[in-house]
Design a protein around this ligand. Sequence first.
Ligand code: FMN
Length: 232
Amino acid sequence: MALLDDLKWRYATKKMNGTKVSQDKIDYILEAARMAPSSSGLQQYKVIVVSDRDLLEKIKGVAYHQSQITDCSHLLIFAAWDGYNDERITKVFNYMMDERDLPHSTMDSYKNTILSLYEIQGQEWQAHHAAKQSYISFAMAIAAAAEQKVDATPIEGFLSDKLDELLKLRDGGYRSTVILPLGYRKEEEDWLVNMKKVRLPKDKFITEMTIEDAADIGDLPMTQTLDGFAQK
Ligand SMILES: Cc1cc2nc3c(=O)[nH]c(=O)nc-3n(C[C@H](O)[C@H](O)[C@H](O)COP(=O)(O)O)c2cc1C
């Protein structure tokens, strides 16, 4: 039950007190983010860590002046690829094969399949797909922070174009997706700290389905398979 207890303890902290979080805890949270699963294992995102007070002040200016950004200890910025291409995917898969002592060609067929699937979707779809992966890592960081009893505020309320410009993210082919200040709550000034955590009741959130509930969608003429590793 430990994880559930931690998730119930955490909340989107509205006021932080400026206390520094130890490097051990920051490293632990970042390691949880690094361990997140991602589509095809591409890790099509990265995490930027900011604790420089002057830079945090600038970031606050493009994030609706949310106080957590300057009252936090460290700010994590999740940034995802702005699109997929052969070079990017090949680089990751080559690294993966090197780490596993396998020939680079092991992933060729799989790589060509996903590239062909991604290419027809266009760049905005691709950027969105990569951004979705970054949120998985973001969620892991939130859970790990809760486990470490470090407060965190998930934040989407910022101008991503401006943040990209400030951090020169577009030059490297990245777009900011979501940010996470880490720190400690200032209870006496935080309006949310003692509020009940509200979630949909289980019966509204969870639906069990059987074949009886499903629609008849006929047979799909799928010609491609996603047979990751299997080389014919
Ligand atoms: C992706 C995402 C973006 C969010 N953006 C903001 C934000 O910009 N500012 C803020 O104060 N809270 C933000 N929140 C916090 C949510 O409002 C909060 O998580 C939600 O109301 C549930 O409350 P809890 O996290 O305290 O359990 C965001 C949460 C998520 C998951």
